[in-house]
Design a protein. Sequence first.
Length: 102
Amino acid sequence: MGRPPTKPKKLKDGFYIEVRNKRSTSGVKVRRDTREQMEMAIKEYERSKDVIIIGEIKDGVPIDDPEAAKKAKAKKKRQKKKEEVEEVDVELDTPVDDDLDD
């Protein structure tokens, strides 16, 4: 049973390649801890498969791709603002007068 397609899985920190069968449109992402290990895996798989180098991933974002890094930074900023707004809303809803019971 596979993962539902509604939300993509977050990638761990490391170096990634995608390995596909020849002339295929989908593949498997392979993670290695170091660049040297990734290069060894590329040499191993390229004999019989198509290999696509994704690069280094840190905090779920490719660090080699500046556009993706900008989008991730903007998303974190929006998330932080949203959390601040939620905190303010909670504080406004809490005041209750206990004097009305008398």
